[in-house]
Every structure is written in C-alpha cells, then in structure tokens.
Design a protein around this ligand. Sequence first.
Ligand code: G6P
Ligand code: MG
Length: 219
Amino acid sequence: MSEKADIKACLFDLDGVIVDTAKYHYLAWRRLCNELGFDLSEAENESLKGISRVESLEILLRKGGVSLAQTEKEAMMSRKNGWYLEYVDAMHADEILPGVREFLTSVKKSGRKIGLGSASKNALPILEKIGVMPLFDVVIDGTQVSKGKPDPQTFQLGASALEVHPDNCVVFEDAAAGVEAARAGGMYAIGVGDDAILTGANLVIPGFEGIDTDIFNKL
Ligand code: G6P
Ligand code: MG
C-alpha cells in the first residue's frame, strides 16, 4: 500500500454498520441459548458478530456444552432465523443507522463504488427494506461465500466484482472478525463502534453521523 490512501471503492458490512440488526441477531441467539438451558451475555455475543449462522451455532453449542445431531442443528438454526426474521419484519426503514444514508450518498457523488460484504443470507430483503439498494453497485452476501470472516473471501469477491484493487478499497466493519478479514485481504479497515474491540482497524469511528468522504484523508 502506498503512503497515502487512494480510495476508489467502499465495502460495507451490513449488520451493525448500515442497520441496527446486530441487536436482533443477539436477541434471537440468546433466546435459543435460553431454550437450551444457558445464557448469552452481550460481551459473549461480541465474538459472534460477523460470523456465519452455522459457525455461530457451533460456537454457542460448545459454550453451552450441548451436543446435537445434524438434523437438530438445522432445526435450531431455522428457529433462530425465524425469530430473527420476525424482528426484521417489524423493523422500520428509519432503523438505518444515523448518518449512513448521507454517507452512502456522499460516496456515490464522489464517483467511488459501493459494495456490500455481509455474512448474512438475509441481506437483500434488509437492504430493500431500508431503501438503500439502488446505492449499491455490488452485493456479496452469505449465499455467495464459502469461507466466512475472518477469511477475506467476502471482501475479495466484492473488490473483484467492483474491479477495484484491494489497495484502493476500504471496508467498514463493526466486528473484530470483519476488520481482520479486510486487513487479511490487503484492504483498509474503518471500524464502526468501540476502538477497544476493533483494535486491528486503521481507524475507528463511533458511527456515521457527521462523517463524509474527508475520512479517507485520515487513512
Ligand atoms: C452477520 C452478523 C452475524 C450473523 C451472520 C449471518 O455477519 O454479524 O451475527 O450470524 O451475518 O446472518 P444470517 O442473517 O444469514 O443468519
Ligand atoms: Mg456486522
């Protein structure tokens, strides 16, 4: 990477970056854990952020010391997803996180490309629901990746679909696993959230309010 960042594309994680669905994933996982006889704290949930549904379930079963047959695992994932989708269905378009729509618009106006890089298989209906789909040039979601974050595959697919070199890409992520994935792919990472958690990022912002494309000068 050169001394000064030359950003030509932005890749966004979805849950917890564009929209506040991270809290719904947590509530649905906690409900499942409670049914299985153990609890899930917010701090424990942090390590699930950015992690695929199947991998998250494995982590939780290990934590709870529960072993299940494959068919039971499938049933648990589908219950969790059913609860999650109930929250999503009840969600309003205004649950887009503060400043995100404005930031996406400023990136678009600057001529840079915009991609999504999410582990979620529910990404498309969520993007539709909050009305930002037309701003995205490319969407990479959990239906297209074989290696989840922290593997860089999600963002590498995004960069290559946008035809932008990783050196010229910046990833916005709220999860430690996502920041790691971006860095492993040779891209810049801007953490969204707590800088004590997102230590691997080039820069951490608390959210998008007041943020515009000048942020790229700080990389
Ligand atoms: C994102 C979230 C994770 C979630 C994963 C899969 O990465 O941060 O919490 O487990 O997507 O989402 P899905 O909607 O397919 O269950
Ligand atoms: Mg996230």
